[in-house]
Ligand binder design. Structure first.
Ligand code: KG4
Ligand code: ZN
Length: 344
């Protein structure tokens, strides 16, 4: 096998158009992310059709840009990895079509990447001394799941949300509080001036040993707190002081993080994991990072989490995981489909 393997990664699962070239799984040669946040902001969330059109406009210029930035010739690319699931089908299909075309033209293998696994890869990619099995927590806009990570390519699902994902709860609560989309960073910013004990929001743990999550009760509790149980106070939020908004944001954030940390510890105990992996957009949250770090230290474990810029959607994580699939000879063919759900 060649000494250097250069994988081109493509990511278009939601509202970021991204491409990157990563050498040998960890050396980032180039990395471009074009966010559509401004386009979707006025709708308060991602509009799939608009996302798809924006990906079509951006994907080829971005691929050209990453090839140029990497200093490589097109022929130096050894494989094309693409996130084909889970996500918005109309968005995924754009990256997938671009990846298939590139693989055909360059005569290089196509590699299918699960976006959720890729989020975890961004936590592992710089670690030279990886102790597995690990407990892996993925917290994004669409998923909140705990996995046992047996090796880089093998994840076993242990639990997931039965209703809203953690990121989705952040986004919805931000919308209740009239804070801008995306809600996670807005809530985190507002919470900085708030008291996390101001409101005692519920911590839903489900059955005693359950590793599943539920955040819809918490979201409803915030809604009732703001608008009243009869929903007659819908204009009340507009009249709230900044301090009151900050207190609600901080109390909500504390409740989500409390549940995430407690369930992760429970899962780590169950499988005797020495390592905890954290990935996905919500992993950019400073309080979640510090509370998990605290728990990891107290229980003698090591927490691995990606730098903040690789927590939200990017193509470095796709190209990095692509390298390991390349080494294992796990290639896809031209029948590869985009899938909304997480099928494998
Ligand atoms: O992984 P990601 O970029 O896209 C999906 O795969 O869903 O995650 C996006 C989610 C959004 O719900 C966003 O509000 C949340 O991650 N998020 C955060 C923070 N930054 C992004 N949530 C809490 N705190 C943050 N700092
Ligand atoms: Zn994501």
């Amino acid at each position: 096998m060649k000494t250097n393997i250069n994988v081109l990664g493509i990511e278009t699962s939601c509202d970021e158009t991204a491409a990157a070239i990563v050498r040998n799984g960890s050396e980032v040669l180039s990395d471009v992310v074009s966010s559509q946040i401004e386009i979707h902001q006025k709708y308060g969330g991602v509009v799939p059709e608009i996302a798809s059109r924006a990906h079509i406009e951006k994907i080829y210029p971005i691929v050209e840009q990453v090839i140029q930035q990497s200093g490589l010739d097109k022929g130096d690319i050894d494989a094309v990895a693409v996130a084909n699931q889970p996500g918005l089908t109309v968005a995924l299909i754009v990256g997938l079509t671009a990846a298939k075309t590139l693989a055909l033209v360059l005569e290089k293998p196509l590699i299918a990447i699960n976006h959720i696994h890729a989020h975890l890869q961004s936590a592992m990619m710089d670690e030279k001394n990886l102790h597995l099995p690990a407990i892996a927590l993925v917290v994004s806009g669409g998923h909140t799941s705990l996995y046992e990570c047996k090796n880089i390519l093998e994840l076993k699902l242990l639990g997931s949300t039965i209703d809203d994902a953690a990121g989705e709860a952040f986004d919805k609560v931000a919308s209740i509080l009239n804070l801008p989309y995306p809600g996670g960073p807005s809530i985190e910013k507002a919470a900085k001036d708030g008291n996390p004990k101001a409101v005692n929001f519920p911590r839903t743990m489900l059955a005693k040993d359950s590793l599943d999550f539920s955040f819809s009760g918490l979201k409803t509790a915030v809604l009732y707190h703001c608008c009243g149980q009869d929903m007659k106070g819908q204009n009340r939020v507009e009249k709230m002081s900044q301090k009151e908004i900050a207190d609600i944001a901080a109390s909500f954030q504390a409740a989500v993080i409390d549940v995430l940390v407690r369930k992760t510890e429970l899962a780590a105990d169950k499988i005797g994991a020495e390592t905890i992996l954290l990935g996905g957009g919500v992993a950019a949250n400073s309080l979640l990072r510090s509370e998990l770090e605290k728990m990891a230290k107290q229980t003698g474990r090591k927490l691995l989490v990606a730098p903040k810029k690789y927590c939200t959607d990017n193509a470095v994580m796709v190209a990095s995981l692509g390298y390991y699939k390349y080494k294992a000879g796990l290639f896809a063919d031209m029948t590869l489909e985009a899938k909304a759900g997480c099928e494998d």
